[in-house]
Design a protein around this ligand. Sequence first.
Ligand code: AP5
Ligand code: MG
Length: 215
Amino acid sequence: MNIILLGPPGAGKGTQATRLVAERGMVQLSTGDMLRAARKSGTPVGNRVAAVMDAGELVSDEIVSDLIGEALDLMGPNQGAIFDGYPRTAAQAESLDAILAARGRSLDHVIELEVDEDALVDRITGRFTCAQCGTGYHDRFKQPKVADTCDVCGAHEFKRRPDDNAETVRTRMAEYRAKTAPILPIYEARGLVSRVDGMADMDSVSAQIEAILDR
Ligand code: AP5
Ligand code: MG
């Protein structure tokens, strides 16, 4: 099964993808995570995209589609993909069709996380992750069980994303409204879209997604 999680910054795409990886053995393909990894290791692509990401704008369609194709090629034929943060433009949606078809895959579901944009700034500015294993936390909604200690790997160091500030979040939301939301009708016309209430608590969002995948 191959699915897209679609929603604005902070909607919970990464949170829900991580849960599906644990529950169903699917593979999370987050272009945001791939680009951050490229930056961290200082690859030519990473250096090219850094300023664009920090401004909250979209990097080029070609770069992200290449990353997605490469990542799919590393997956087992029976593993399902969760596209998280991709596609984000009509051109990327078109590329994804070609990328999947070339690998004998197709899309099963496009799940839109419906959220109230006003709440997202809070979600994003409160977000932090374990510097060692990447587990996600939030100042108010999900603190580590033991203060300053990662629940999963026990590390004591945490980090915040440079684009997680109120100003950049507004640009990211505007990019979503202008370039990403308009791709929904493409998938709607193909009968692929289901909507979940992304404002519900994390467990009930997961339950809504599981119900769609089990249909
Ligand atoms: P990317 O990394 O994809 O960021 P984004 O789309 O802005 O989304 P986020 O990762 O911020 O949010 P999320 O939906 O994953 O939310 P999360 O689960 O963490 O992209 C970053 C940048 O890379 C882009 O701006 C662009 O420059 C570039 N880029 C990436 N892909 C690209 C592409 N395809 N094309 C071009 N450029 C691209 O949740 C957020 C917080 O809320 C967390 O703290 C979490 O704990 C909390 N939370 C989650 N769910 C709930 C809930 N139900 N209730 C309460 N709190 C919750
Ligand atoms: Mg994310």
